[in-house]
Design a protein around this ligand. Structure first.
Ligand code: SAM
Ligand code: SF4
Length: 499
């Protein structure tokens, strides 16, 4: 099959139509705008009632979200920020989960005007990693101390579902001897960011052991979407993308991740779009998004829009939108990436984020070649704001009181989808995560931390251990003896023990 033929068979219209309600999408442009224009002067009692609903870990309605989007009063915004942080604490405590992106291919049949990988960009050097290269990249990522990664792919027959599944097999099979020499470290969870697929192809990823499947809608506004994604490309089909996660659920993948590329259209509209998306997933499958991402558009090679879009989001607005997403979808993980500058990322974490990346390289093959982005500008998708090592970011966060977690237990113990949603809403999953965060942080401090990071990390881990000993939940559930044994065995050199 040549590329043209391949492109023509990707979209399965029946796998769009089955999710429509009376032939309509869950995104209704008119109702989003009318919600936003109805609640322009919210009073503080109304806002406080809504904040209470978030604090009870309940998904906000589109109307309630619109109210929060219209709050301009700085004092009320400060109350919202405090509530957002409290929501984060209730669900995720002081944990931050780390991952690394692994770019496997930059061949792409699409031509999104904001992306360095677009097919029309002749300045981009194209490459699809061989399995040997995937192994080398994975080894370099493990050697930084990572335990989970997100593999990223352009859309192309050379990086189709079979290639993705094969690369996942290679990543999971890659082992590194621990620096102390008495165990192995591996990547324990692979999340995937790849183009929307058919249910049949998504099942291949499920069988290969996918963690979370992530697709960003880019913009939820259909007309703006059409301006940015040429109609004769696969990505030009707004609806094929809009129901990517619905198909994933039908394929058995119940950890799904949504997002919007902020800067393409009005930021308030996109926040509403994400909330509508969460509602439709809950309505049709009983499970909301596992995470929400809010990448901000960064300059991309030869892309005029990426630097000149009229909708680019300022830092103060960016903080606001993260805070509102935290409040609107309280149970979900929020991901801030190394697209952002170091100072801003640190601040954004205080608005309720739960996951971030570090030691990030987005050039194809850049981890094993140890290349900084300026050395391979022609192999990347956009420009990074923060190239610091995992060690530096872990240390900074530990100094701010955040414990780094490399926990991947939830997915391996079947705590995914509706089960994890339930546990998150009741605050139970957070308790398991607390134990697993300490166990995986112990591994990291022993294996990879620099002496300075170890010093800060030891203080933090001791504090966590004391808290765990004092919490009645762990005694009632009789979890303490196992936890203590695991902690000692890990300290002695064993790896990958989890609750
Ligand atoms: N090709 C697949 C797709 O489009 O869904 C997945 C990979 S694509 C490399 C991952 C994401 O990068 C896109 O969904 C988009 O949101 C983001 N992206 C593209 N151009 C960007 C830019 N200039 N700045 C920041 N993020 C960008
Ligand atoms: Fe291809 Fe994805 Fe980039 Fe669009 S965003 S050009 S689909 S890699």
């Amino acid at each position: 099959m040549n590329v043209k033929e391949w492109v023509q068979q990707v979209i399965k219209p029946a796998e769009i139509e089955k999710y429509l309600v009376n032939g309509k999408d869950f995104i209704d442009v008119k109702s989003i705008w009318s919600n936003l224009s109805e609640c322009t002067k919210p009073d503080k009692w109304q806002v406080r009632d809504i904040l209470q609903k978030s604090l009870d870990i309940k998904l906000l309605s589109p109307k309630e979200t619109a109210v929060l989007l219209n709050v301009e009063d700085p004092d009320l915004q400060e109350e919202m920020r405090a509530a957002a942080l409290e929501v984060k604490k209730r669900v995720y405590d002081n944990r931050i989960v780390f991952f690394a992106p692994l770019y496997c291919s930059n061949l792409c049949v699409n031509s999104c005007v904001y992306c360095g990988f677009r097919s029309e960009n002749c300045a981009e050097k194209r490459h699809v990693l061989t399995m040997d290269e995937v192994r080398r990249e994975t080894e370099a990522i493990i050697d930084e101390g990572h335990k989970r990664l997100i593999a990223v792919y352009g859309e192309h027959p050379q990086s189709d579902a079979d290639y993705i599944a094969e690369s996942m097999g290679q990543i999971y099979a890659t082992k590194r001897v621990t620096p102390t020499g008495n165990g192995f470290n591996t990547i324990r969870r692979i999340n995937i960011n790849a183009a929307p697929m058919s249910i049949e192809n998504l099942r291949k990823l499920w069988k290969a052991g996918i963690g979370t499947y992530q697709v960003f809608q880019e913009t939820y506004h259909p007309q703006r979407y059409a301006e940015l994604h040429p109609a004769n490309t696969i990505k030009g089909n707004y609806r094929w993308r809009l129901y990517a996660m619905h198909r994933a659920m039908d394929a058995g993948i119940d950890d799904v991740a949504i997002g919007a590329l902020f800067g393409l259209y009005d930021w308030r509209f996109e926040v509403m779009g994400l909330v509508y998306h969460a509602h439709d997933l809950e309505r049709q499958f009983g499970i909301g998004p596992h995470t929400i991402s809010f990448p901000r558009m960064q300059p991309a090679l030869g892309s005029f829009v990426s630097e000149n879009s009229p909708y680019l989001v300022r830092d103060d607005v960016f903080k606001r939108l993260v805070m509102i997403l935290r409040l609107a979808v309280p149970y979900t993980g929020l991901i801030v990436t190394a697209r952002e500058r170091a100072e801003l990322r640190r601040e954004i974490i205080n608005y309720g984020c739960t996951q971030t990346d570090a030691s990030t390289k987005i050039g194809i093959g850049a981890y094993s070649e140890k290349k900084q982005q300026k050395e391979n500008a022609d192999k990347v998708q956009f420009t990074l704001g923060d190239e610091r090592s995992l060690d530096e970011v872990v240390r900074e966060l530990a100094n701010d009181g955040y414990i780094t977690s490399f926990c991947t237990a939830g997915y391996r113990c079947g705590r995914t989808g509706d089960k994890i949603m339930n546990l998150l809403e009741k605050g139970v999953e957070g308790k398991f995560c607390k134990l697993n965060a300490v166990l995986t942080f112990r591994e990291y401090l022993n294996d990879y931390a620099s002496p300075e990071t170890r010093k800060v990390g030891e203080r933090l881990i001791q504090k966590e251990l004391q808290e765990i000993e004092r919490m009645p939940f762990f005694t009632e559930k009789r979890l303490l003896p196992t936890f203590r044994t695991y902690y000692e065995r890990i300290t002695a050199g064993e790896r990958d023990l989890y609750m």
